[in-house]
Design a protein around this ligand. Sequence first.
Ligand SMILES: [Mg+2]
Length: 274
Amino acid sequence: MKNKKLLIAILGLGLATTLTNCQNTTASQGNDGDTENKTANEHLTMAVLYQQQAAEYRALCYQAFNIAQMRVEESTKMLGGMKPKAVIMDIDETVLDNSPYEAKCILDSVSYPTAWDKWMYKADAKPVPGALAFVKFVEEMGMQVYYVSNRKDKYRKETLQNLKDMKFPFASDDHLLLKTDQSSKRERWDQVLQKNMVILMIGDNLNDFSEVFEKKTVDGRFEVTDSLKSEFGKRFIVLPNAMYGEWENAFYEYDFSKTPAEKKSLRHQHLIGF
Ligand SMILES: [Mg+2]
C-alpha cells in the first residue's frame, strides 16, 4: 500500500518540464568529413559492442524481464477495481534494439541525426532480448501494454509496422503514444492512467519512470534515484543502455550545441580517477 501511494504521488506530480528526444544523446551532429567528426563516435564503440556482443547484456535484459514477469504475476492478486491493469513500456532500447544504427554511425563516421530517418523507415529493429516473450505474457494474463516512446510521431507507421513484423502484441494506434510537441512523457502517462491501472513501467532511461528525473544534474539524478531506490525492481524495471541516454546528456548540461571536442572534454571531466 505504501508503494502504491508513492507511485501515485510520483505519477501525480505533473511538473511541466521538457526534455530532449532520447536519440539526441548521440548527438555530435553533422557530417562534414573533418577529423573531429570522423572520431566523434569512436567513444561509442565499446557501448555498442556491449549491447551487440556481450552475453552479459543479454542476461541483464532477461533479468529485467524475469522480474517484470514476476511483478505481473503478483499483480493478479491485487484488487483491480474497474480499470484494466496495464504496463507502460518505452520502445527504444526497451522493446526494440537500435544498436545497428549506432554501429552504422561509427562505421560511417557520422552522428545522429544523420541516417536516423533511413533507420526508422527501414523499420527493421529487432526485439530487445526477453521483450517479446514478456509482452506476450502480459497479453496472456489479460492485461494491456502501452508503448510510450519519444520517437517522433512522423515515424508512427514504420514503428507500428516494425512492432507487427516482430510479432509484438498491442501494435495498434491506440496503444502507441509517440512524441508530438513534448518530450516529457507526463501527459501521455496521464492518458494511459485515465483508463488503466498502471502496475509497472519499463524503460532504459530514468525519464521513462517519472518526470522528477528530468533535466537534473549528474548528482541530482543520483539523489532522486537514491530517494526512490525501493521502486526499482518493483514498479520500475530498468533495461541497460550504455550507448545514449539522459545520463550522458547531463554531462553536457542538456546543451546539444556543444561541439564534439567540448563533449569529449566534458566526458573526461566526469571520469573519477585515483
Ligand atoms: Mg529508450
